[in-house]
Design a protein around this ligand. Structure first.
Ligand code: NAP
Ligand code: F7E
Length: 325
């Protein structure tokens, strides 16, 4: 039975990846950091099938000990300070967690067992002010936030350790991927939850920032499959994972509200506080390398994604109103 260690198992992607690996009969070890309250909401349904290990990306010894104790065959490094807006307010913490911690993990692998296969969660935010449209594995990086800068470091240190120490280290350059498990502060979930709240009469308005930003949005459940596929290849490599389509925040609002019989123009208000010091205006990827080498394809359309998220939030709020959660 193969064994995988997932950092960030309590996050959106960690929960979908843990499910996907359990279905493939993996032993799954989830690294969790200490907090004053347990934070297993996204993995509650599978938590009995996961082994947990305490660790923090900021603490090198905890990473080495986790690998020594559990002897994984594969490590998926999904943990990060992942919210772009927060990275402007906490740039040093973001650098420590999202950038330098990748080196901590790679060194831990090098020291304990260099045969472990490694996945690094890189991001389309590295393309930032895009040099070309669409973006692929060869597109130069121009990050526009401390988060994007930190991810560029994480990406290149993964490439560097692969080339320097012959590690099986791959980097997935994933474009935005969403789900009903997305954090409430990210724009898609903010919209689906906001529209559902308005439909149920709990709120009247939804405050957002830049409605003209365009993103290549896909479904997280599809994207974790690509992570696993990368580590099954004979040779490590880097892959862009995306839908190949781009839509504006405004379009997301339009679809989400109209699915509930509402007009977003009656409810969405623009609030300066949600604008960023530097914006990424347009992202759209080209996944032809992943299609060719990994045989990976997205299965969920933009419309299906928006509908899935809105319906999940309506159901969630209805359960809450009935006192069931
Ligand atoms: P997420 O929901 O924000 O989850 C982040 C995870 O990191 C959580 O489990 C969090 O633990 C953990 N974490 C944060 N700081 C930590 C630390 N110091 N030590 C240990 N764990 C720590 O993020 P996601 O959307 O699943 O994304 C997964 C990864 O993919 C991230 O690296 C993100 O930057 C990257 N990425 C995401 C997207 C996307 O669209 N979702 C696209 C490209 C790349 P707590 O639960 O304790 O906070
Ligand atoms: O913003 C605009 C905002 O925070 C998307 C992370 O998973 O994907 C994510 O980063 C766009 C931006 O995601 C609001 O200005 C407008 O242009 O949902 P987001 P992100 O910044 O693209 C990448 C690939 C990652 O790697 C990251 O980890 O939406 N926007 N109004 C807003 N954004 C937010 N959050 N809130 C608003 O009210």
């Amino acid at each position: 039975m193969p064994k995988a260690l997932i950092t960030g198992v309590t996050g959106q992607d960690g929960s979908y990846l843990a499910e996907a690996l359990l279905k493939r009969n993996y032993e799954v070890v989830g690294m969790v950091r200490r907090s004053s309250t347990v934070n297993y909401e996204r993995i509650a349904h599978i938590q009995d099938s996961i082994e947990f290990v305490n660790g923090d990306l900021l603490d090198q010894i905890s990473l080495i000990d986790a690998i020594k104790l559990h002897e994984p065959d594969e490590i998926y490094n999904l943990a990060a300070q992942s919210f772009v807006q927060t990275s402007f307010g906490q740039p040093v913490l973001t650098g420590e967690t999202t950038a330098l911690s990748v080196t901590r993990m790679l060194d831990a692998i090098r020291i304990v067992n260099p045969k472990i296969r490694f996945y690094q969660a890189s991001s389309s935010e590295m393309f930032g002010k895009v040099a070309e449209v669409p973006q692929n594995e060869a597109t130069p990086f121009y990050p526009r936030s401390p988060y994007g800068v930190a991810k560029v470091y994480g990406h290149w240190i993964t490439v560097n350790y692969r080339e320097s120490y012959n590690l099986h280290a791959s980097s997935g350059i994933l474009f935005n991927h969403e789900s009903p498990r997305r954090g409430l502060e990210f724009v898609t979930r903010k919209i689906s939850y906001g529209a559902a709240s308005i439909k149920l009469g709990l709120e009247e308005k939804l405050s957002l920032g830049n409605l003209d930003a365009k993103r290549d949005w896909g479904f997280a459940g599809d994207y974790v499959e690509a992570m696993w596929m990368m580590l099954q290849q004979e040779n490590p490599d880097d892959f862009v994972i995306c839908s190949g389509m781009t839509h504006s925040v405004r379009e997301f609002c339009d679809l989400a509200f109209s699915h509930l019989g509402l007009n977003y123009k009656d409810h969405v208000v623009v609030d300066e506080q949600f604008f960023r010091p530097a914006e990424v205006d347009l992202l759209v990827g080209d996944y032809s390398k992943a299609q060719k080498v990994l045989d990976w394809n997205p299965t969920t359309t933009f419309k299906d994604l928006v509908t899935m998220m809105v319906e999940a939030d309506v159901a969630l709020l209805q359960r809450r109103l009935k006192g069931l959660t």
